[in-house]
Design a protein around this ligand. Sequence first.
Ligand code: NAP
Length: 280
Amino acid sequence: MSNPQSKVFLITGANSGFGRALAEAALADGHRVVGTVRNRDALETFNRLDPERALGKLLDVTDTDAVPRVVAEIEADFGPIGVLVNNAGYGHEGLLEESTLDQLRQQFDVNVFGAVAMMHAVLPFMRKRRAGHILNVTSMGGIITFPGLGIYHGSKFALEGISEALAKEVKSLGIAVTAVEPGAFRTDWAGRSLVRAERKIADYDEVFNPIRERRRKLDGNQPGDPAKAAQAMLKLVASENPPMHLLLGRDAVTLVRAKLSALKAEIDAWEVVSVSTDFQ
Ligand code: NAP
């Protein structure tokens, strides 16, 4: 299908879930798509999506030395990157006290440092062209929190902040940045991709065991459809005036609204104390 608005998409983590769904939808819409994957089988599978308009690239986003090389190759050999989708990421499930600093570093290496490395590599090209759109796939968990996901939330809150500030830095250069915030979607996130910290402290059993159990049961039964998320992201990319944030899923809208109301109520309740700290 030919599309006069055809763009080059660069999607990280395109082997499954949102990344794959968006790659397929963008190809069906006439775009050209580079998808990063982590092994040869996945690369061949990706290339088979479309012999001309799909290109797989091997890349682990934590290999930050390789990132600029891969981006430069795409720009030189495939075309100007119009849309970067920082989608690669995973969840670490574990209580704060039971999660190690190494697990924290790994979570941030992939979800935060990997995404920033991609933006560092792509932005010079987009700036030169005064055009481009960066989608950072964060999460509703970049705005709201659940016990047992603190490390994950930390990484997604970090990417939210980076994304929003960057949007303000590059708007006048013709580049849009949107944090895409999905609720619970039926991908591999809660299944093979989820890293579970080892349980050690019995004091937390009562609070955490039911949460872990509920999450096991949610896998495969999440309300969100990744194919529909892909269509929403295509609408976002086609928009003349894209937002800095886009929630995906009714659960995300409901839970984030509740958080905003609770936050406002707390600000109101403590306002007298909050404003008492300025020099007169
Ligand atoms: P997924 O099916 O597990 O897909 C994640 C993809 O990221 C996989 O293709 C995986 O590659 C790739 N990946 C993981 N670590 C990587 C690394 N170091 N370098 C390069 N690629 C890496 O789950 P998903 O739900 O589509 O996840 C996509 C994004 O959505 C993530 O950032 C996730 O946090 C976010 N998200 C998901 C949900 C949800 O409910 N599904 C909700 C909110 C946000 P392999 O295939 O090689 O493992």
